[in-house]
Design a protein around this ligand. Structure first.
Ligand SMILES: O=P(O)(O)OC[C@H]1O[C@H](OP(=O)(O)OP(=O)(O)O)[C@H](O)[C@@H]1O
Ligand SMILES: NC(=O)CC[C@H](N)C(=O)O
Ligand SMILES: [Mg+2]
Length: 483
């Protein structure tokens, strides 16, 4: 580094091609609800690392604290400081609207009916159109996120109760949304009719908890009760929990990538253990690929469970051939350096004593741009690995996601333009095998195949997308951008 040289803050932890948000809500008069939300968000940190926020109410007023960064950074100086019996929280990875302080969630607004706070996981595919119409009718927006459209629609609704206002607001909204909504006296949870994103409900003493994943219920000592159904609204008040079906689902479409990568392996989503699904993916991958080698290694963290399954099925011993720096967070690097190269090297390193002279099967959950796998294959070879067979526990990702995952544009997806053999050459592996879509479905054995969204693999989008799409020519007229 030269003296006086400019440095940029590069968030290696956030250099992820795809994440989404995590939401949490609690109604419990006996608990410190702000603290419980903090721990809940901590457990959901893997779902979004750009910003975090917690909103609380004591029944009369609301307060919200939001900031950029990880949960422990945002609340370094304390939590919202008021006695409260309801709280909601959010960890964000932006899909619509840039990663800015003004776009952090939960949103909190005053309207004629009082105050309302909302946190959203998902992505609305017609938010731009709705926003334009609302602006023409005089609405003003404080953020550039899609989620604010729902808040605005709720505030404008002429329905009498908050439940009716929420239902009214969602009638014309398309895409993916799991919501936690807080009023002064109620906590409301909503899951869109396709059930793209997960949302579950738990019991904590006399109180109730809503969370994106069951691992957050575990973190606060809540007992899992059930998943919120697609098209269902749950209303929690001092009188307990009531449920309303606000829309019929013509096609249930839970995101398949929750099982492959997003969700924590200790979570159970819609009755399917994420760990078991990933382990099965590894076993199926071993049967499909038939590769033989001295050792099976994983690309930590998310490739590890599938690698264990591969080792179990094939009888080839599992070894830790790559180490991940567990303290990886924000790092300063020189702007002219290739960020991702540096990122991979800081994040992962080969264990030469494990891989030297060995033929290696390396299991990872996905290849997106191919940057991670390419660097790691080189790293392993430099450390003395004889051969590297790459096994991927998902099919090639050829199509972007519009339902809450900030996927790369299609042109950045390596499988959109290259065949498997070309990808193998690009990453420098000796062989490459992707899990088949059939093998993937067989691995997620508790969920019927037809109720999952596979659009990133087969271009079969279960709900409207925000662009004109021509599957035959694979041309997208409009790629959703950031603003
Ligand atoms: O082909 P690429 O564009 O390089 O992306 C693919 C890699 O990204 C993801 O891991 P990530 O770095 O998010 O970390 P994690 O597995 O530790 O969560 C995924 O598990 C792959 O390893
Ligand atoms: N990843 C998400 O679920 C993001 C939620 C919302 N669309 C936002 O950008 O804030
Ligand atoms: Mg990974």
């Amino acid at each position: 580094m030269r003296k006086g040289e400019l440095f940029v803050l590069y968030d290696i932890q956030s250099d992820k091609w795809r994440e989404e948000c995590g939401i949490f809500g609690i109604f419990a008069s006996q608990e410190n609800v702000a603290l419980a939300t903090y721990w809940g968000l901590y457990a959901l940190q893997h779902r979004g690392q750009e910003s975090a926020g917690i909103a609380v109410t004591d029944g009369t007023v609301m307060d919200v604290q939001r900031g950029m960064g990880l949960v422990n950074e945002v609340f370094r100086n304390g939590l919202p400081d008021m006695p409260a019996h309801i709280a909601i929280g959010h960890v964000r990875y932006s899909t619509t609207g840039s990663s800015l302080l003004r776009n952090t969630q939960p949103l909190l607004v005053n309207y004629s009916g009082g105050q309302i706070s909302l946190a959203h996981n998902g992505n609305l595919t017609n938010a731009h159109e709705i926003r334009e119409k609302l602006e023409q009718r005089g609405s003003v927006f404080q953020t550039s996120i899609d989620s604010e459209v729902i808040v605005n629609l709720i505030a404008r609704s002429s329905q009498a109760t908050i439940e009716e206002k929420v239902i009214d607001s969602l009638a014309g909204v398309h895409g993916a949304y799991c919501l936690v909504i807080m009023t002064e006296t109620k906590l409301i949870g909503v899951r869109d009719p396709h059930g793209f994103r997960p949302l579950c409900i738990g019991r904590l003493g006399e109180g109730w908890v809503l969370a994106s994943e069951s691992c957050a219920l575990d973190a606060v000592g809540a007992e899992f009760v059930r998943d919120v159904d697609p098209g269902e609204m749950v209303i929690i008040s001092k009188d307990g929990v009531t449920s309303r079906r606000f829309a019929e689902s013509d096609r249930r479409a839970g995101c398949i990538f929750e099982y492959i990568y997003f969700a924590r392996p200790d979570s159970v989503i819609d009755g399917q253990s994420v760990y078991q699904a990933r382990f099965n993916m590894g076993r199926t991958l071993a049967r499909e690929s038939g590769f033989k080698a001295d050792i099976v290694i994983s690309v930590p963290d998310s490739g590890t469970t599938a690698a264990l399954g591969y080792s179990h099925e094939s009888g080839i011993p599992f070894a830790e051939g790559l180490m991940k720096n567990r303290y990886i967070g924000r790092t300063f690097i020189q702007p002219e350096q290739k960020k991702r190269d540096m990122g991979v090297r800081i994040k992962l390193n080969a264990v030469a004593s494990v891989v030297k002279g060995k033929s290696v099967i390396m299991v990872d959950d996905s290849i997106v741009r191919g940057t991670t796998s390419g660097k790691i294959v080189r790293m392993l070879k430099d450390a003395g690995a004889k051969t590297v067979h790459m096994c991927v526990s998902s099919p090639p990702i050829g199509f972007p996601c519009y339902y809450g995952i900030d996927t790369s544009a299609r042109k950045e997806l390596i499988a959109a333009t290259k065949k498997v053999e070309e990808i193998r050459q690009f990453i420098g592996a000796d062989s490459l095998h992707y899990l088949s879509l059939e093998g993937l479905h067989a691995s997620i054995c508790n969920i019927p195949e037809k109720t999952l969204c596979n659009a990133c693999f087969n271009c079969e989008y279960p709900a409207p997308t925000p662009c004109e799409r021509d599957c035959a020519s694979n041309k997208f007229v409009f790629e959703p951008g950031r603003n």
